[in-house]
Design a protein around this ligand. Sequence first.
Ligand code: XMP
Length: 521
Amino acid sequence: MDTLLHDMESVAILDFGSQYSQLIARRLREAKVYCELFPFDARPEEVLRLKPKALILSGGPSSTYGVDAPELPEYILKAGIPILGICYGMQVLAQSLGGKVTPARVHEYGRSQLHCHPGSLLIPEELAGTNFHAWMSHGDIVTAVPVNFSITASNNSCPIAAMENQDRNIFGLQFHPEVHHTEQGSQILERFLSHTGIRREWTPGFMVADSIERIRAQVGQSKVISAISGGVDSAVATALVHRAIGDRLTCFYVDTGLMRSGETEQVIGTFREQLQVRLVAINATEEFLNILSKITDPESKRKAIGEKFIQIFDREARRLGNAAEFLVQGTIYPDVVESSGKGREQAEKIKTHHNVGGLPNELPFTLIEPLRFMFKDEVRSVGEQLGLPQDLVWRHPFPGPGLAIRCLGEVTRERLDRLRLSDKIVQSELESADMLRGDTAQAFAVLLPVKSVGVMGDSRTYEQVVAIRAVTTDDFMTADWARLPHEILARISNRIINEVRGVNRVVYDISSKPPSTIEWE
Ligand code: XMP
């Protein structure tokens, strides 16, 4: 992976396969510290190229004494910089330095109470001698610390829940400071960072300035094209490139007819009028409706939409005839980082999912990916910094194939209109209740392919069903259904049934992911 232009002080995180590895990185970035994630078996020169000021070893699913367990790479202890091991990271440190790791009698998963010992550098001094709640997820424990290490937290099931050697700058935490449920978790990470003396340089202003320089260096005097979808990532990537090279960027927006209510107008207004981007808008609703007629299988819908999109993009790019060399893509950091172990498979799956409806790699362009280093929340703060409208920046993610995969069964103009209006009601009610940020990560309406009986006035009806889906999630790989207040659900249901013709029943989806998914398809 290419580097940032500036020598920024940073932390390298070695990923031993924990589900929380990306969360560690996000917490550091929130503290304005630049960090990168590497698989635990990354080549040493790749990690050290970053010239890290500190190293963090993540948790992971293995046991240090197991066959094929990931070992601590030799260069880590030789690097001579502060090291923090979390969960498996602490165990692998302990074992490599002569301590002992064994299976725990009691496995701890979830919230645990820990007792803090005095004299710790990482755990705030006011906690010494008291208890605090921490998030644990382990089946092994350290039973003997290496020489010259002190124990700084413990409980009955885990007598060595934190350890440190301040002279060698090596710290271990059996619990997860990166998880919100750990009281004082961010303070503990903060204290580690302060101890390293690292500079806090990773701010939205810096990200914008750095991206602009990188884009200019990459593009030179060439021309660039971009396809925006209405989503946050392609919008922010495009706005950054425009800020860097102005009119040498041409931007395409294909209105598939599968967009959310008001989306097309907002995209065109923002980019053409507000940001003065050269924008070619193509109304391809008819083309998409034609190819979708009679397709009901979700994968076939995705495939048909993806192919049509590429065909239109290719046609329009040729029509423009400006010989662009570069194509902007809104790839973000979680798509880039190689996760280890179990996470890798899952990450791969999600990635292919997201590519559907995107642009294929064989197009004759070199890619510009200005968001490669950023997490979603960072992309949003860069969007704000660039002056993009709040509701575009904070909009919930929307799948590439758009409303087609939320319109279960046949996709027709009439059914799409019904779905779009229902979704608009969901959005506006959640917005009025201030529940679109934080309380929900994604919320939308789904039109089901079934009819049910109802009664309106004195007549019996036989009409369609709308399902409401609202979830909370950090990473979209797992999700829980949002506990929306009953009054809000009642208002949404009431409005949909009264305002959307052809719908006589509204249901709320109370399934988590897994085993369900976020989309119904
Ligand atoms: P699921 O339904 O798999 O969704 O739990 C996880 C996240 O991915 C989004 N999603 C898609 N995004 N093309 C996309 O660009 C797709 O085909 C697609 N299918 C699901 C979904 O909205 C959620 O944010």
